[in-house]
Design a protein around this ligand. Structure first.
Ligand code: DAT
Ligand code: MG
Length: 150
C-alpha cells in the first residue's frame, strides 16, 4: 500500500477561512489527495484519534478544541507522504514553527495550531482508517505525476 497521511484542517482553520490556503499547500507540494470529507467529529472519533494523548494534561482541552466546530479530514498519499506533510505543517507549537510552514505562517498558539498530520507511516494508515472506509478513498491517476515524481 502507498504511504498515507491523515490530514485535518482543525476548527480554527475552518473558522478563519483558511481551508483553501491550507489544502493548497499540500496540493502544490505534490502530495496526492485520495479522500476528503467535511465533518463535525463525534466524541468517540475524537477520543479514538487522540487516544495516545489520553494521559496528557491537555487532553480534555484537545478534545474540546477538535470538537469545537467542523473539520476538513483528508487522506494524502505518495512516497514519503508523512514526512513531507509534517514538514509542510511545521512544529507543534506555531511560535516555534519555521516561517514557510502552515503553523509558522498562520498560527500563534499550540492549542490553535490549525492542522493535524500523522506522525508515522504506520499511524497514517491507522488514522486514515478512523475517518474513512476503504471504499471512500479514490484510486486515480494524476496526469501531472510524471512532472512531480521521478
Ligand atoms: P502534532 O500535532 O504536532 O503531531 P502532538 O501529536 O504531540 O503534536 O500533539 C497533538 C496536539 O496536542 C497538538 O497538535 C497540540 C496539542 N498539544 C501537544 N502538546 C501540547 C502541550 N504541551 N500543551 C498543549 N497542547 C499540546
Ligand atoms: Mg501528533
Amino acid at each position: 500500500m502507498e504511504e498515507r497521511t491523515l490530514i485535518l484542517v482543525k476548527p480554527d482553520g475552518v473558522q478563519r477561512g483558511l481551508i483553501g490556503e491550507i489544502i493548497g499547500r499540500f496540493e502544490r507540494r505534490g502530495l496526492k489527495l485520495i479522500g476528503m470529507k467535511f465533518i463535525h467529529m463525534s466524541q468517540e472519533l475524537a477520543e479514538t484519534h487522540y487516544g495516545i494523548h489520553k494521559e496528557r494534561p491537555f487532553y480534555s482541552d484537545l478534545i474540546n478544541y477538535i470538537r469545537s466546530g467542523p473539520v476538513v479530514a483528508m487522506v494524502w498519499t505518495g512516497k514519503n507522504a508523512v514526512e513531507a506533510a509534517r514538514g509542510t505543517i511545521g512544529a507543534t507549537n506555531p511560535v516555534a514553527a519555521s516561517a514557510g510552514t502552515i503553523r509558522g505562517d498562520l498560527g500563534m498558539e499550540i492549542g490553535r495550531n490549525l492542522v493535524h498530520g500523522s506522525d508515522s507511516p504506520e499511524n497514517g494508515i491507522k488514522e486514515a482508517g478512523y475517518f474513512f472506509a476503504e471504499s471512500e478513498l479514490v484510486d486515480w491517476n494524476r496526469d501531472l505525476d510524471s512532472w512531480i515524481r521521478e
